[in-house]
Ligand binder design. Sequence first.
Ligand code: DER
Length: 232
Amino acid sequence: SPADRAKYAAAHRAAAFVEDGMRVGLGTGSTAAWLVRSLGQRQRDEGLRFRAVPTSQRTAEQAREEGIALVTLEEAGWLDLTIDGADEFDAEFNLIKGGGGALLREKIVAAASERMIVIADIGKEVGRLGAFPLPVEVIPFGWQATQRLIEETLEAADVLGREVRPRLAGGQPFVTDEGNYILDLHLGRIGQPRRLAMVLNQIPGVVENGLFVDICDMVIAGYADGRVELRD
Ligand code: DER
């Protein structure tokens, strides 16, 4: 599909940034899946050798199938480069992530990297974040009280919508790799992403949110005709 061609184009271009001996964070989602495939191909074709820290179980499984050497973030210590997708990106490279439910490990891995590259279909570019529901990871204990605290906080924040919905999978709460739940905040528009990110993480029960501010260094945007645009 056109979106797939755009995602592949961005992922394939990003794979070229991985150099021998690097410690690399591997993102999660359909665009990151093309990255893992491209890196497996580079290993087979060029003998590229690097160590990878996956941001989810499903990325770990795909990387193993590709023969990519996996290490834990503890073993790696710090990373040279993380490449991951995004649900939205704005002109300041602020991101909304978490559509795939992996935002906690993604943010930890991205923050522990010298450099973070986002790979995305150009359709993910927005003038203002917030059309995509903002994922917030919460611990299961008291999650409904946490949801209410978030709703009350949103009333004081510079957002349009205030609907907060628990993410379900097959009618049950979606459970993240860390065993937590996700609430999706339908805000419509986020005027001050940096401020909202800080306010959300102060709420008891909130583990992390999908606003990535001051983390992304470069965006590789892919187009359906196979073209890519590098922005940094
Ligand atoms: O869940 C995530 O953060 C993913 O990276 C998501 O934001 C992008 O997923 P996609 O590449 O399948 O659109």
